[in-house]
Design a protein around this ligand. Structure first.
Ligand code: ADP
Ligand code: MG
Length: 251
């Protein structure tokens, strides 16, 4: 009981000085313990999720995001859809905040003590292929199934060969109506067949299922970073050639 261990003495001193009843003191030390356990559970969930970096909703600039509605994301952040094993798709061009939002929703889910796991699509497919080769696919599936929210980022960046596509298909099918997914993609759904080795039947079957209980958010517009640079060029002097020191003017 780490929280209790840390605080029972100072709280006892305070209790004596302020004449708390035994019950009040007990309530106080146990609440500290409860909070400390909740905090460490959340820290563990966040670690287990393996986010490549931490992105949260309070650093997301909704005014600068086309196609993204703040109320909708706020609603999704409550995580009720995860309880219903539904899915969220982020589709749109590069740099429009898809990964940021996917991680931010994952962080929220972890704060609600849900099990979350983040994977880039290419890495996930590689992991699946390796597990298959080592005859450990069953175990990997069980492990992934224990995760309430699986985030698969960057579908479409790298096309999969047929075995890879099929393994991903099986994984997604496995989760269908039982566990939640967040997928991000730079592709239009009509282009997904390219990712799945040109297998039209497989792709149609998959999209059919995935889209059935899904919220699709289509991000639009220019890359956020590019736009920031255009709007405030002198805020990024290191990358802006016009503000670089002139050649020959060495310090
Ligand atoms: P995508 O996954 O769509 O390619 P990212 O989510 O990786 O884009 O965004 C690229 C960078 O720009 C990230 O550092 C992200 O935090 C930032 N970014 C994108 N959109 C926004 C936004 N609306 N508000 C704040 N930061 C943003
Ligand atoms: Mg991304």
């Amino acid at each position: 009981m780490p929280g209790l261990g840390r605080t029972f003495e100072p709280l006892a001193r305070q209790a004596r000085e302020e004449h708390w009843s035994h019950e009040e003191y007990l309530h106080e030390v146990l609440s500290v313990e409860e909070t400390s356990r909740a905090d460490s559970a959340v820290r563990m969930r966040l670690r287990e999720a393996r986010f490549p970096e931490t992105k949260t909703l309070d650093t997301f600039d909704f005014a600068a995001a086309e196609g993204v509605s703040a109320p909708q994301i706020t609603e999704l952040a409550r995580g009720d859809w995860i309880g219903r094993s539904e899915n969220v798709f982020f589709a749109g061009p590069i740099g429009t905040g898809k990964t940021h939002l996917a991680i931010a929703l994952g962080v929220q889910a972890a704060r609600q003590r849900r099990r979350v796991l983040f994977h880039r699509a290419a890495d996930l497919v590689r992991t699946l292929l390796e597990a298959r080769d080592q005859r450990e696919l069953g175990r990997l599936h069980r492990r992934l199934h224990s995760v309430d929210l699986l985030i698969v980022d960057e579908i479409g960046f790298v096309p999969f060969d047929r075995p890879g596509g099929e393994l991903l298909f099986n994984l997604f099918t496995d989760r269908y109506q039982r566990r939640s997914l967040i997928l991000t993609t730079n592709l239009a759904f009509s282009e997904w067949v390219k990712v799945f080795a040109g297998d039209e039947k497989l792709t149609t079957a998959l999209l059919d299922r995935l889209a059935h209980h899904a919220t699709v958010i289509t991000t639009k517009g220019k890359s956020y970073r590019m736009r920031r640079k255009e709007e405030a060029p002198d805020k990024t002097p290191d990358k802006n050639p016009s503000t670089l020191p002139k050649p020959g003017r060495r310090a």
